[in-house]
Every structure is written in C-alpha cells, then in structure tokens.
Design a protein around this ligand. Structure first.
Ligand code: COA
Length: 316
C-alpha cells in the first residue's frame, strides 16, 4: 500500500472548554489537566456528510485522481443521521464515483482496520485505487447532561487515497469482547411482539478509568509486538499517529514505548476525540505540513469500544 493523497474536514464551530461551563459543572482547568483538550469542533449547520465529502474530495485532489478512477470506497463510521444507506454510498454519489463501497463500524479503531482491509484488497488485486475514509460525529452520541463524556469529543472527517507500490510492513488487529466499559444502545422501533425489557436504549456508558487503562496497555503492547515482529525499533519510526482520545493516554503510550515528543504528534488539544477520524485527520495534517517524507516509517494505532485495537506499520 502506498498513500497517494490525504484530506480532512472539520466543522467550523470552535467550542472552548469555557463555553462548556454553560452546560455542565466543569472547568477549563479540569478538562485541560485530565485530557489535554482545549477546544473541539462541533457540527452546527453542516452535516457529517458534508465533512465526509470535503475530506474525500481533498484526498482525491491531492492524489490527482478523479472519483471515477476509484475501485472501492471503505468508510469507518459509527453512527450518523442515516441508518441506511451507508455513509460510503452517500459519499460515492456526491463525489461522482461509481465503485462499490461499504462502511465498517469498529468505533475509534475503525480507520486502521479500514486501511488494513484496503491493504488486503490491494494484495489480492481486487482493487487498485481505494478511498479510505473515516467520518464521525461522536458529539451526537453523548448525553449532553453527562459531563464525564460530553467534554471529550469533537466531530470530523479524514481520508486517504491508497494504491499499490508502497511498503506495508505489518499490522496487528485485536478484539477483546468487553461490552461493559464503553457502550451505547440505540432506540429501535417497537414491534407488537417485543417483550418489554429486552431492547432498552441507553446513553453512552463509559468507565473512564478502565477505558484509560485498557487503551494505554493494549496500544503500547500491540505496537511493541508489531515493531518486534517486523524487526524495527522505536527510533526507526518517524511518527506514531495514535488515536487522539486523551493527551494523558498518548503520554502513557509514549512513556511505555520511549522515543521523543516529536515522534508523537497530537491534535487532541484542538479537536478533542473525533473517534476513528482522529488518525486520518492527524495523518492529513502531518502530510500537509510537509512533516512526513517519502520513505519515512509511520505507525498508526487506534483503540476503542469493543474493546478493539488496530495498529499498522508502513512506509509513507
Ligand atoms: N468536569 C469536572 N469534573 C468532572 C468531569 C468534568 N467534565 N467529569 C468527571 N468529573 C469528576 C468526577 O465526577 C470525579 O469526581 P469525584 O472524585 O467527586 O467522584 C472526578 O472528576 C474524577 O473523576 P475520574 O473519573 O477519576 O477522573 P479521571 O482522572 O479518570 O479522568 C477521564 C476522567 C474520562 C478524562 C479519563 O478517565 C479518560 O480519559 N478515560 C478514557 C476515556 C476515553 O478515551 N474514551 C474514549 C475511548 S475511544
């Protein structure tokens, strides 16, 4: 796999920590010290689809490709206003692509899983040019009476166009079924046959400390195994593009693996946790800042509800 173009898009509304004190008993100081988040972007008059289309178009422009040339679109998305069709179907029509597409729902690790699926399609020759997209509006999953979760998230979309000809050195995807630490239950239409109490909707439940512990531990170990399996050292890697959930989680992983602060770029302070879009947005920012050169080794690693972890090592 070779990344030939990246793009991202964020809502225009910047929401500061101080602005959140209007809705919750919280403070800028609490949010900064516990999470590192200073601002996040939240959708107002745009839709998530608008962001997904912009990010995709930017990635295609950067790749110098027309949408008709795409062989597949894979989109990571947990939730949006449409139950169906999938986000990728809506993006396909809007950008003028004609290829097959599908969505995956693996929460915050979704972009890394989508990249790994794209790699398999390239390996088998099923596709040659793939748009890998992540578009998420986690601020719409939050129960806006819960300060524990609502302060953490932001909305956004990021995309990469990939093709053959690069070096995808390895990947590790893990799933440990744990449905208690981080979940949300949807409201479904009741049927006359439903037995009361079987289907209950529930706003987001997050056992923050446990998620924190699992994130640091699984991401650190998986990246270590990946480097070991492929015969690489931390110092060989230019950037660890980690899921941007919490600055303290990123620092925890850095402490375990070692290396310098420069190897762990962050956007969480500006955008909060944008779920699976966070790694795609971070990648795009690094590419657009000319911070990554061809041949640089990059690790992408995400974790989230499931509990799922996905890590990959590739040459940019
Ligand atoms: N503002 C002010 N106080 C808050 C608060 C907020 N937004 N949210 C929680 N608190 C309070 C709690 O009620 C608790 O009060 P108490 O001591 O009186 O009971 C106190 O702050 C400490 O809460 P605690 O949960 O111990 O804090 P923490 O240091 O674990 O930080 C998280 C909380 C959520 C920031 C942290 O656990 C975390 O980031 N977890 C991972 C979350 C994540 O990344 N989720 C997505 C994964 S993809």
């Amino acid at each position: 796999m070779k990344i030939i173009g990246t793009g991202s898009a964020l809502p225009k509304k910047v929401v500061t920590n101080d602005m959140l004190t209007e809705f919750f008993d919280t403070s800028d100081e609490w949010i900064r010290t516990r999470t590192g988040i200073e601002t996040r972007r939240i959708l107002t008059d745009e839709s998530l689809l608008d962001l997904a289309i912009s990010a995709s178009q930017r990635a295609l422009d950067a790749a110098g490709l027309k949408a008709e040339e795409l062989d597949y679109i894979i989109c990571s998305n947990v939730n949006n206003n449409y139950v169906y069709p999938s986000m990728s179907c809506m993006v396909q029509g809007a950008i003028g692509a004609t290829c097959p597409c599908f969505d995956i729902r693996i929460a915050c690790a979704g972009f890394v899983y989508a990249m790994d699926i794209a790699e398999s399609f390239l390996q088998t020759g099923r596709a040659h040019k793939i748009l890998v997209l992540a578009a998420e509006e986690p601020t719409r999953f939050c129960h806006w009476k819960q300060r524990e979760t609502s302060v953490l998230f932001g909305d956004g979309a990021g995309a990469a166009v990939v093709t053959e000809g690069g070096e995808y050195l390895g990947a590790r995807m893990t799933t440990i079924s744990n449905t208690e630490v981080l979940f949300q239950r949807n409201r479904l239409e009741p049927t006359p046959f439903e037995v009361e109490g079987v289907y209950v909707d529930h706003p987001m439940v997050m056992q923050g400390r446990e998620v924190f512990r699992m994130a640091v531990s699984s991401c650190s170990k998986e990246i270590s195994y990946l480097l070991e399996e492929t015969g690489h050292k931390v110092s060989d890697v230019k950037y660890f593009l980690l899921h941007q959930a919490n600055m303290r989680i990123i620092k925890g992983i850095e402490q375990y693996l070692g290396g310098t602060d420069e190897q762990y770029p962050t956007t969480v302070q500006k955008y909060g946790n944008t779920s699976s879009a966070s790694i795609a947005i971070l990648l795009d920012e690094q590419v657009r800042a000319n911070a990554i050169d061809r041949g640089d080794l990059i690790v992408m690693s995400g974790f989230g509800s499931g509990f799922t972890t996905g890590s990959l090592l590739m040459k940019y």
